[in-house]
Design a protein around this ligand. Structure first.
Ligand code: G3H
Ligand code: 13P
Ligand code: ZN
Length: 316
């Protein structure tokens, strides 16, 4: 059942965070739905610009619609991840998306507000909600490279003004994370002080954490043992998901970790079975492993076990 992102946030706020997982292909879609059903969790499917053009945006939408039929008990929202204005409008017009993200965080404060406001006006007219981003994460997102030294955290004082003027419905805050597998050097970590200050200024307003993959060290070790070169990869401590949720972080974005599961499964499979060349045996292992991974994350996010109560609330 595709629901609105707004409804999911209202039910989760301050209690748990929704896992927002990116998908690109059928195996990932099946693993994602299975993992969420196994852990009885509502969730958000994220579709990036790159994912929309990898096969075809219609292919991705068709896969999600098919999964909705295969798993009739699933409760989820569909979300455009890191959109530019044109992609936001395309998604709003498609009628498929529960919410869109306009990422104009690389623009000036006023330009970011203006772009977000334009998207919000169009989205709200169709009942779609809008995520915006203030502050900049480190690493690489889509085709915008943000060097670590230029990455800056969200200014809590600006956040309240931004929300008021832009009319966004949720705000992605830069609190020390970055996209990808190499997030932290030394003892860097999350800036809970920034989330706390933002929540005090905009109580009840849904916040979003990007760059939240945990980059499990056992996964990295297995990838490297099977020929990978990911030395020094490091992620967010997943024990911090729930404390962040209690401070109003309703949506926690996880993509890289899924790629690591895929890489580990495929590297180990072809290392151990060099005579194999069929998609399906390795794809079957990946779907099982990805489902297990998703279920384990939902437990850490606190969303596991909430599906029945959310469905009941939304069907009232
Ligand atoms: O933040 C970006 C997400 O991890 C999506 O990545 O743009 O390569 O699909 P992508
Ligand atoms: P990770 O690279 O940490 O998985 O972050 C994903 C993300 O923020 C998608 O928007
Ligand atoms: Zn992101």
């Amino acid at each position: 059942m595709i629901v609105t992102t707004k409804q999911l946030f209202e039910l989760a706020y301050g209690k748990y965070a929704l896992g927002a997982y990116n998908i690109n292909n059928a195996e990932q879609t099946m693993g994602l739905f299975r993992g969420n059903m196994d852990s009885k969790a509502p969730f958000i499917i994220q579709i990036s610009k790159g994912a929309r053009s990898y096969t075809n945006k219609l292919m991705l939408e068709a896969m999600i619609r098919a999964a909705d039929e295969i798993f009739p008990d699933a409760v989820f929202a569909t979300h455009l991840d890191h959109g530019d204005e044109a992609t936001c409008y395309d998604c709003i017009d498609s009628g498929f998306y529960s919410s869109v993200m306009i990422d104009a965080s690389h623009e000036s404060f006023d330009e970011n507000i203006a772009a977000t406001r334009r998207v919000a006006d169009k989205a709200h007219a169709k009942g779609i909600s809008v995520e915006a981003e203030l502050g900049q994460l480190g690493g690489v997102e889509e085709d915008i490279a943000v060097s670590e030294d230029k990455a800056h955290l969200t200014d809590p004082k600006q956040a309240a003004e931004f929300i008021e003027r832009s009319k966004c419905d949720s705000l992605a805050c830069a609190i020390g994370t970055s996209h990808g597998a190499f997030k932290f050097a030394g003892s860097q970590g999350l800036h809970f002080d920034v989330i706390e200050q933002i929540q005090k200024l905009v109580p009840g307003f849904p916040l979003v954490m990007h760059g939240s993959s945990s980059v499990p060290q056992d996964e990295v070790a297995r990838i490297n043992a099977a020929g990978g070169k990911l030395a020094g990869a490091k992620g967010v401590d997943p024990a911090q998901y729930l404390p962040a949720a209690k401070l109003g972080v309703c949506k926690i974005n996880i993509d890289t970790d899924g790629r690591l599961v895929w890489t580990r499964v495929h590297r180990e499979f072809f290392r151990d079975k060099p005579d194999k060349f069929d998609f399906r045996p390795v794809g079957t292992i990946f779907m099982d492993e990805y489902a297990k991974f998703i279920a384990s994350r939902n437990v850490l996010l606190g969303s596991a076990g909430h599906i029945d109560e959310v469905r009941a609330a939304l069907q009232k």
